[in-house]
Ligand binder design. Structure first.
Ligand code: AR6
Length: 175
């Protein structure tokens, strides 16, 4: 089982599942959410709308995760999670840790082998990337240790710039 970081665009990643830093409405937005919806095509929004009329009428809770097909993306699945929004006072690290853990729970239920994460909450939601990296690495390592027989073999953090990559590398070295 491996955990790694790379600079790249999540919409180009060939992983079984890519994680979307969505919002509770699940109907798209800016940042990586906007990029994923644009690249996956309109069927992704239709699938999200279906969630809102079936299993997720109230939307998706902060820290929770839910999957849809990835449609036109190279990935098979998009796992939507909602990070805590620091600008709204959501500063509990457990909520951010839950995004990573719940996304891996959902990925394992889908029997996927590789999962790619963005730096959830490190953009519009205002969390420092150093905190996101530390929480992401600790949570994913802990999850893999607690689920040694899961399908997940490979976790990748895909970040947009070299600085964020270095921050994740430091977190990977420290953990
Ligand atoms: N590939 C990889 N990383 C990316 C990409 C990409 N294509 N695009 C952005 N990032 P954000 P959040 C990085 O704002 O903070 C949306 O409007 C970005 O540099 O996408 O969880 C949603 O609808 C940053 O490091 O997510 C929500 O309303 C990281 O992804 C809200 O923003 C996360 O930034 C969620 O905010």
């Amino acid at each position: 089982m491996s955990i790694s970081v790379e600079v790249g665009d999540l919409t180009h990643v060939e992983a079984d599942a890519v994680v979307n830093a969505a919002n509770s409405l699940l109907l798209g937005g800016g940042g990586v959410d906007g990029a994923i919806h644009a690249a996956a095509g309109p069927r992704l929004l239709e699938a999200c709308r279906r969630l809102r009329t079936t299993s997720h009428r109230e939307g998706l809770d902060v820290g929770d995760a839910v999957a849809t097909p990835a449609f036109d993306l190279p990935a098979a699945w998009v796992i939507h999670t909602v990070g805590p929004n620091l600008h709204r006072g959501q500063d509990d690290p457990a909520l951010l840790a839950s995004c990573f853990a719940r996304s891996l729970d959902v990925a394992a239920e889908l029997d996927v082998r590789s999962v790619a994460f963005p730096a959830v909450s490190a953009g519009a939601y205002g969390w420092p990337v150093t905190d996101v990296a530390r929480i992401a690495v600790l949570t994913c390592r802990g999850w893999l240790a607690e689920h040694p027989a899961s399908s997940i073999e490979n976790i990748r953090f895909v970040v947009l710039d070299e600085r964020a990559r270095e921050v994740f590398e430091t977190a990977l070295d420290a953990a």
